[in-house]
Ligand binder design. Structure first.
Ligand SMILES: [Fe+2]
Length: 279
């Protein structure tokens, strides 16, 4: 069994682009939770991070929008945004194409995925990586779920992808961490940007850590759009991680609305390797 850790984290670009404008105590607690996740990934000996995110038209666009895509590049590059704005230096990010190939082949046994030999990371990957592997020492396997443009796949397909990823990860000898990013309420690029539905977010997070499959799969896009805004279509990423880690109850390491970051920021721990499996 090679899944050594799984969790989710927020990816708002404002966490880095206007980081210091948040309440200092909340920011300190958020960064401590990111650092706890970093230390847990490193402490588990992760040799790769499979990061499930929702990119924002940086690589995939309306002319050819894959529902699910997995990277198989020799290396990645990011952030695609202006680094002076995002306040994350551009760099190359290590990959593991051999592991990507094995994971894709295994996932394809049950879920169809596209693959990508080129991938420029946007803030959906770059913000989490900036905190979780700031020296970019751990190879990344990026996974994208289309959460931007209808038609989007139903949530039960994100659940199926999570199960397939878990099976694929478990079939690999490498120690692998699995991280999902994004998914609480936010209204990006609209007049409502900055609005947060804290109650909706806290209910969602309670379902996620308790792996309530029926409750999670009952979210409709109509309800999600009304209650969580267009940005909340990204719940597909965290539903995917909940499915992959269904057997364990998770923990909330941080969950607070931070208005200047335009969303509820959360760090959830959804799987830790049982003691009897530690090697
Ligand atoms: Fe996003």
């Amino acid at each position: 069994m090679s899944l050594v850790y799984a969790g989710t984290c927020c990816h708002s670009p404002a966490i880095t682009s206007r980081g210091e404008m948040a309440d200092p105590q909340l920011r300190r607690q958020l960064l401590e939770a990111f650092d706890r996740q970093r230390r847990t990934i490193e402490g588990a000996g992760a040799e790769a991070i499979v990061m499930v995110s929702s990119e924002h038209f940086a690589n995939f666009f309306m002319d050819n929008m894959p529902t699910f895509s997995i990277g198989i590049a020799d290396e990645y590059y990011g952030p695609i945004e202006d680094p002076n704005w995002l306040k994350i230096p551009r760099t190359t990010i290590p990959a593991n194409p051999d592991l990507s190939l094995r994971l894709i082949n295994q996932v394809m046994q049950s879920v169809d995925v596209c693959f990508a030999q080129e991938w420029k990371f946007d803030h959906g990957m770059s913000v989490p990586l900036h905190f979780l592997t700031p020296q970019y020492k751990i190879p990344i396997i990026p996974v994208n779920i289309n959460c931007q443009s209808k038609p989007m796949s139903p949530l039960h397909r994100s659940w199926a992808l999570g199960l397939a990823l878990r099976e694929a990860i478990n079939s690999a000898p490498e120690k692998i961490a699995l991280i999902g990013t994004g998914g609480t309420s936010h209204w990006p690029c609209t007049p409502d940007s900055g609005k947060i539905n804290e109650a909706w977010d806290r209910t969602l997070i309670d379902h996620l850590i308790n792996k309530r499959k029926d409750a999670l799969l009952a979210y409709t896009d109509e309800d999600t759009y009304r209650e969580g805004g267009g940005g909340a279509f990204e719940i597909r990423t965290s539903v995917c991680i909940a499915a992959a880690t269904e057997e364990q109850t998770g923990e909330v390491w941080f969950c607070e609305p931070i208005p200047i970051y335009a969303t509820t920021c959360s760090i959830l721990s959804l799987y830790q390797q049982p003691l009897d499996l530690l090697t």
